[in-house]
Ligand binder design. Structure first.
Ligand code: AMP
Ligand code: ZN
Length: 468
């Protein structure tokens, strides 16, 4: 598998630090409002990368944070007259609902910055001791120039940065030794949330949060660090400086960045006001359509949001769903028994779609080509499966479509069909219970099914069921 690494500006062979295991950190949202579909892009594309690595057999430890202390959260709290914690908790809960609706798997750990202050105090103290940070009147700054490799991720030259940054100096910042220095800890302002520290009652800077959470949940060296491309500088550059100076080790092996989701070719962002929330989109579309839309482009390319592209994605998704639904109907009447010789001869072709799919995903997660491989498989299903196909063959083709779609996080089986599978599992369990003469359990299952509106009929050919 090859991945494009922002650090080296090359596609590289992916070799995790520990064979078979992947540690991955994705910068999460600042929670002061509903997430917009620009924020949803890294969630969907890196969830897909995770699913693919799991499909390849890796055990993925996936950490994604919530930034729950920030100027914008505080401003919103003041506006509503509630605590900052109330705002962040509300929007973390809403964000988790959106993620579930987009079929984004929950992270192995979702740390929150406010729960990790002790680790931040420790890392800042360590950086001060090592001479990489200094305290001026309660504000602690990172001594950027002391880290000789600063700029290696964003491929920026320190002197260019210095001249560029000079104009950005704002009042109160002239206490810094150098305009390039950035904040690790800042004193509270009146009414703001704060924590005790030996420098001031205050709160951490944004960059230190991720360095600390990545270290705590994944270790000092990690495989993949990811986020939107706007985070390359300064956020990720600063994370590298903090982590590498503190731990004395390279921080992340591979740095992955998604391109922007644009609208009218401008970055969708809260500050520009040109955004749609995931919630708004969910009122018009099944969010699987949004997922399909995101996967139709390479994750590093800019992607322009439009009604036309959403409609095209809706059609694409329907094409796959229709194929699966047709196979399901064929399966109901398909003859049992072993596959025919002709069907067996088609199995290598059936496998070839997965090989194509994997080859696309192995090439820096080329989801657009992976989706094309699924379409080829759908065409194969539509032409190679018919009323005379054996159940074993129909099932094999259907399973393959469902499996590959699932690697992309696309749900192609309708709720009703999923329910069917659930019912059949329960019926099997009831049969097993009866065989074991556990009639109490068997009756309990019959009642449970009845509650779902399912009526069982014991016939000579076995158990049949119908909806009441
Ligand atoms: P924020 O809450 O702004 O820190 O953003 C959370 C994540 O969403 C970060 O990884 C950002 O890079 C990403 N992001 C924000 N806006 C966009 C956009 N328009 N397109 C793609 N990614 C974005
Ligand atoms: Zn981060």
């Amino acid at each position: 598998m090859k991945v494009y690494n922002t650090l080296t500006k090359r596609k590289e062979e992916f070799e995790p630090l520990v064979p078979g295991k992947v540690s991955m950190y994705v910068c999460g949202p600042t929670v002061y409002n509903y997430i917009h579909i620009g924020n949803a892009r890294p969630m969907i594309v890196f969830d897909t990368a995770r699913r693919y690595m799991e499909h390849k057999g890796y055990e993925v430890n996936f950490v994604s944070n919530f930034t729950d202390v920030d100027d914008k959260i505080i401003a919103k709290a003041i506006e509503e007259g509630v605590s900052a914690q109330e705002i962040s908790e509300r929007y973390i809960a809403e964000c988790k609902k959106d993620m579930a609706a987009m079929n984004v798997k929950p992270a192995t750990t979702h740390p929150q910055a406010t729960q990790e202050i002790a680790g931040m105090l420790e890392m800042i103290e360590d950086l001060i001791e090592k001479g990489y940070a200094y305290n001026v009147n309660g504000t602690v700054y990172f001594r950027t120039r002391k880290f000789k490799e600063y700029g290696k991720l964003s491929h920026k030259n320190l002197d260019d940065l210095r001249s560029g940054n000079r104009s950005l100096l704002v009042t109160g910042e002239d206490q810094k030794e150098d305009p390039l220095d950035f904040v690790l800890w800042k004193p509270k302002k009146e009414g703001e949330p704060f924590w005790e520290s030996s420098w001031s009652e205050g709160r951490p800077g944004w960059h230190i949060e991720c360095s600390v959470m990545a270290k705590k949940y994944l270790g000092e060296e990690i495989d993949i660090h990811a986020g939107g491309e706007d985070l390359i500088f300064p956020h990720h550059e600063n994370e590298i400086a903090q982590s590498e100076c503190c731990n004395g080790k390279p921080f992340a092996k591979y740095w992955l960045h998604n391109g922007f989701l644009n609208i009218d070719n401008r970055k969708m962002s809260k500050s520009l006001g040109n955004f749609f929330t995931v919630r708004e989109i969910s009122e018009k579309y099944d969010l699987q359509v949004l997922r399909m839309f995101m996967l139709s482009a390479h994750y590093r390319s800019p992607l322009n949001f439009s009604a036309e592209l959403m409609e095209a994605s809706k059609n694409s998704l329907e094409r796959i769903r229709n194929a699966v639904s047709n196979l399901k109907h064929l399966l109901e009447k398909a003859p049992a028994g072993e596959m025919t010789a002709e069907e067996t001869a088609l199995l290598p072709e059936l496998e070839s779609f997965e090989t194509k799919f994997d080859a696309a995903m192995d090439d820096d997660f080329n989801t657009a080509d992976a989706v094309s491989a699924i379409f080829e498989l759908v065409r194969f299903a539509n032409t190679s499966v018919n009323e005379t196909s054996t159940a074993a063959f129909v099932q094999a083709v259907s399973d393959k479509i469902v499996k590959l779609a699932d690697v992309l996080g696309l749900i192609v089986v309708t709720e009703e069909e999923m329910l069917d599978e659930e019912i059949e599992k329960l019926i099997e369990e009831r049969q097993a219970a009866r065989k074991a003469r556990d009639f109490k359990r068997a009756d309990a299952i019959r009642d449970e099914l009845l509650e779902k509106g399912i009526i069982l009929e014991d016939t000579r050919e076995g158990v049949k069921w119908k909806r009441a």
